[in-house]
Design a protein around this ligand. Sequence first.
Ligand SMILES: [Ca+2]
Ligand SMILES: [Ca+2]
Ligand SMILES: [Ca+2]
Length: 267
Amino acid sequence: MNLVEGSATYTGAKDASGFFSGDTTIFGKPAGVEGVLFTTGHINNSLGPNDRLDASKDNNLAGSSYLSNLIGGIDTYDASILEFRITLDPGTSGLEWEYVFGSEEYNEGVGDVGALFSDVFSLSLNGSNIALGNIALVPGTSMPISVNTINNGYRANGPCTNCEFFRNNPVDSGGIHSQYNGLTTALKATAQGLQAGVEYTLSFSIADATDGTFDSGVYIAGTSIKAPQPPDEAPVPAPLPLLGAGAAFGWSRRLRRRVGGHQQIAN
Ligand SMILES: [Ca+2]
Ligand SMILES: [Ca+2]
Ligand SMILES: [Ca+2]
């Protein structure tokens, strides 16, 4: 996978997104996973253990009409959106990402006040020969990944809504090493029918629903992407505790240099 030079833009709060590394519980893999984390608040709020119900940062930023449409027209806020274009290497016709969505809206925000707090994530892929739209879906459905499409009800007491993909992470349980009170299982977004040489636009986006509070975040596993690392670049220092996974995304270092006049993905 090759980044198209100059194509990357990041919209959102600078401190809302960055890199994560090393944890074995979020993806449930013994070797640990590195990657990129997009949130609707502050990236440091995601750090485990889960020791409070309400980690929250209102960035007072705009939402996304695209994401609002995915959740039935509910207003969104604090959208964090990374968009860029790629081409595939010869012999490649598909891409796959592994990700975990988590939220502080779990479990008190589930179904509350007409299910309005349905923070939502999308990964869309579109190109001149194919427009797949959002490929991050509840498995076996066409539903987006959101608080209200995957949960086990208010305070996790049911009813089950696709809860086979939900992991409760109660405060002080010491379970999953994340501040989020609930997370999905490791899910996959896949794209097929792609062609080498064609430019595709990728957009990772996440937003708060109804108000700008109670963070949600999505962990994108860099190791799940087949992106070769340039051999001639030295590792980049990691200013945030979550940083240090630059090597996880072959394009990540180049990306940070090329966001130009836009806010950087990590400070
Ligand atoms: Ca929490
Ligand atoms: Ca927020
Ligand atoms: Ca929220």
